[in-house]
Design a protein around this ligand. Sequence first.
Ligand SMILES: NC(=O)c1ccc[n+]([C@@H]2O[C@H](COP(=O)([O-])OP(=O)(O)OC[C@H]3O[C@@H](n4cnc5c(N)ncnc54)[C@H](O)[C@@H]3O)[C@@H](O)[C@H]2O)c1
Length: 370
Amino acid sequence: MGLGIGLIGSGYMGKCHAMAWNSVATVFGDVERPRLVALADATEELASRHAKAFAFDRGTGNWRDLVADPDIDVISIAAPNQFHAEMAIAALEAGKHVWCEKPMATSLEDATRMRDAAQASGKTAILGYNYIQNPMMRQASRLIAEGEIGTVNHIRLEMDEDYMADPDEAFYWKSAATSGYGALDDFAVHPLSLLTVLHGRITSVVADMAKPYEDRPAAGGGRRAVENHDISQALFRTENGASGVLMVNRSAWGRKGRIAVQIFGSEGSILFDQERMNELQVFTRKDRSDTQGYRTLLAAPAHPPYQQFIPAPGHGLGFNELKVIECRELLRLIDGDKAAHVIDFDTGLEIERIVHATAQSAERRSWVEL
Ligand SMILES: NC(=O)c1ccc[n+]([C@@H]2O[C@H](COP(=O)([O-])OP(=O)(O)OC[C@H]3O[C@@H](n4cnc5c(N)ncnc54)[C@H](O)[C@@H]3O)[C@@H](O)[C@H]2O)c1
């Protein structure tokens, strides 16, 4: 019998997790079909409606029902950031595996408690860093490991969207201090997850954070002061001797889903942009000087696990499919396959340390060593 699944939160990411749980066994034929046992949301009505729509057996307005349910083996956490620690720790202590959305937590103390709970439980606990699952990102990793661009010496990371670019966009949970520093927890963690798999650890950072708008329309009328920063930028150094730049902005008009990664080495460079997520640009100085230039690799069956979705090259995967791949990797890890390609709570805590060091640097206006 397949694993019993509980899902907390049925908004943007909850639906994405539900799609992954619904399709992982169809896409990856060697996986036992999970049983979608229960979905929890903030109200009974929302939970029941979405349980039906997402094919879960039942809905509940109390997420603790999932933690207490012996029929549930894995809990997906897709609720707002402020709940991640409490939910993940409760689930791990009840003997469940956990798939928690990013950011891990809103404080380093909570993230550390989550890591400790995962270690103590012996259960599998991973974070929703879906962008590392892109077959083109895996291709970039392979090329770098094989020395295609030589020794990496400079990295530029960006993540930009415009969903908070309008000064009259309503204040909601992402603008509250309870959700964290702002763009750092919301966005920076994603390119940092990519850096983790493509290159290595950051060892020092100097940063700045900015608020494009001081207040936003409040739910009850009037305007409410914005409690965190929609923009952050940092310079960093890595353990492997590279210098780098990290720039994130969730109020960047015109940018819809940009995660731009530029990696420069002694023999070439690799460029990627999530807005064109089925492409990788590769430059190598080994090409003849009169035909040198960036080559565009288009996602194809040669880039696993693309072929699990589509046998034809160049047809393209989408955002939600990265979650299906992540789901598959989670199941591999639960099965004891240590080579699974995921960010677990140990590595997730490393990313949180960078986030907090970056915020600390912005506050102190000086370099911080990690
Ligand atoms: N991995 C990614 O690419 C990605 C993308 C977007 C969001 N996220 C993360 O996913 C999480 C959810 O974000 P979202 O954009 O889906 O938010 P959302 O507002 O769309 O959905 C949040 C859901 O949680 C529910 N919820 C709120 N309080 C609850 C509670 N006490 N108990 C149970 N359910 C509760 C809400 O009703 C809603 O259904 C966040 O941590 C966010 O950072 C990750």
